[in-house]
Design a protein around this ligand. Sequence first.
Ligand SMILES: NC(=O)c1ccc[n+]([C@@H]2O[C@H](COP(=O)([O-])OP(=O)(O)OC[C@H]3O[C@@H](n4cnc5c(N)ncnc54)[C@H](O)[C@@H]3O)[C@@H](O)[C@H]2O)c1
Length: 325
Amino acid sequence: MPHVLVTGGAGYIGSHTVPRLLAAGLEVTVLDDLSAGHASAVPNGVRLFEVDLAEEVEAVRAIELSRPDAVVHFAGAIEAGLSMTDPARFYRVNVLGSFHVAEALRLLGCPPLVYSSSAAVYGDPESVPIPETAPTRPTSVYGRTKLDTEGLFAAYRGAYGLRSTALRYFNAAGAATDGGLGEAHRVETHLIPLALRAVASGDPLTVFGTDYPTPDGSAVRDYVHVDDLADAHVLAVRSLLDGDAGAAYNVGLGVGFSVLEVLAAVERVTGTPVPQQLSDRRSGDPAELVADSARIRAELGWTPAHADLDDIVATAYAWHAATGQ
Ligand SMILES: NC(=O)c1ccc[n+]([C@@H]2O[C@H](COP(=O)([O-])OP(=O)(O)OC[C@H]3O[C@@H](n4cnc5c(N)ncnc54)[C@H](O)[C@@H]3O)[C@@H](O)[C@H]2O)c1
């Protein structure tokens, strides 16, 4: 049974992916420093290495000890806004941590890797939907670290034969439909959980930017259900284990919703208005990010099950209501 090491497997997207890798018949080990993840999100029977990837000796030793046949590398610092004020943290975790992963894999003879990249690598795109061939010009330090790390793995492919696939996620959203897992970031910056919190608490949500060149002036994003995102990883791992070379793939639905449209969906699902206040744009935030996901659909056969925004919001609402988070 092929063995997959999942870095960041105790986090939001990682914890939704681990059960799907197990269900696909793969053995899984998780590596996570629990700085943002939750040990309780790692299923019983799955080994957890509690290690900081930015610490070279411990990181390389843990990866070598687990002897994976493939790695899915989620671990990272994720809040684009914070990356503008604390770039050191983002270079340390995202770039240095990824370098240690690449080094450990090189020492192990290059088992292949799936990397969590981001739509943030595109910056402010010339047009949407964005194909993988669009220019990559990140506008945030976060996006820069994601692109630099793609470059790192590409260099290791050319020089050492490390095959890798970069999945460029658009906005992950929602919660597992079986109710067991959801989005529990300790520092929450994502729109849907923040809107659900605003509904629960009555404290207003801040809408950043009302003068973007979009139909209602708020920023437009492509929301993809976290279980569909998880399935993209299973397909990408399988393809690499089958010997494919790996590629960069956008993972999004190809449909954009503005912040105000998402808040309207939250109101429809919860039956409660979302208290909100309008504010200036946040530094580094592009106006519109919508995926052209034709490549992953055609090459890996990715078929998202959740295509409706209200349905995605409803899964998040069910989990937040059940857990009080
Ligand atoms: N959530 C999104 O919409 C989104 C969009 C695009 C890309 N991504 C990328 O997907 C990945 C996962 O995102 P998420 O939303 O699940 O975030 P998350 O914060 O829930 O998960 C990240 C996990 O990595 C762990 N981690 C952080 N630093 C670490 C370190 N130095 N060593 C070991 N573990 C460490 C955290 O404890 C956490 O469990 C990230 O790389 C992120 O950049 C996320």
